[in-house]
Design a protein around this ligand. Structure first.
Ligand code: CA
Length: 219
């Protein structure tokens, strides 16, 4: 999953970036509103984490501009405590949820997971298919009741597929979910990690549509 972090505070930005990367999200970090709009023009994101107080262009303006462009990406706004009016304005401008600053990183991660789940049209937290059971929140996976452990990179390719069962993702789309701007990509990385997932969870779970991409079956 690829996230855009929009935050001008260096300390908060670095802490959130570390935490999100530790959870294997691909994250791009920008520090002002103009850069945010540029990033949103050039890249597709699964979720935007938006600070409201930003230099150059205010967070609310960023939000209004991206909704005016009909971008439907989930937006989680981060706002200062006791600012009810900001929260209301943010939600009315098209934000999907808000979190109060200073926020707890575990709560942030849970809200991100919930938004990604809802964006995928899934309220239920567990995916089950032919004896394979997967809970993205806890990363618990089992095959026929036996626990299985996936590597971080295997998760990174499986998660976006799981988020939209039945939807085909191309190899470049999966690569985007795997890496941030500054990472190097080896050309067969996606195939390598998908091969790993199939070995552990069975060949049926990730289906390859030759020349087009990959999908997990709708259940
Ligand atoms: Ca700020």
């Amino acid at each position: 999953m690829r996230l855009l972090l929009i935050e001008d505070d260096t300390m908060i930005g670095e802490a959130v970036l570390d935490q999100l990367r530790a959870e294997d999200y691909a994250v791009d970090w920008v520090r002002d509103g103009e850069m945010a709009l540029t990033a949103l023009k050039t890249q597709t994101y699964d979720l935007v984490l938006l600070d409201l107080g930003l230099p150059r262009l205010d967070g609310l303006e960023v939000l209004r501009a991206l909704r005016a462009r009909k971008l439907r990406v989930p937006v989680l706004i981060a706002t200062a405590r006791d600012s009810v009016q900001q929260k209301v304005q943010g939600l009315d401008a098209g934000a999907d949820d808000y979190i109060l600053k200073p926020y707890d990183l575990d709560e942030l991660l849970a809200r991100i997971r919930a938004l990604l789940r809802r964006a995928a049209g899934r309220a239920e937290p567990v995916y089950e298919y032919k004896g394979v059971s997967i809970c993205p929140a806890t990363r618990e996976v089992s095959v026929a009741g036996e626990p299985v452990v996936l590597s971080a990179r295997e998760w990174a390719v499986l998660e976006p597929l799981l988020a939209r069962p039945g939807l085909l993702l191309s190899r470049p789309q999966l690569e985007e979910k795997l890496y941030g701007w500054k990472d190097d990509i080896s050309s067969n990385a996606v195939e390598v990690y998908i091969h790993g997932v199939r070995k552990k969870l069975g060949a049926d779970l990730i289906q390859n549509v030759r020349g087009l991409g990959y999908m997990v079956p709708r259940v």
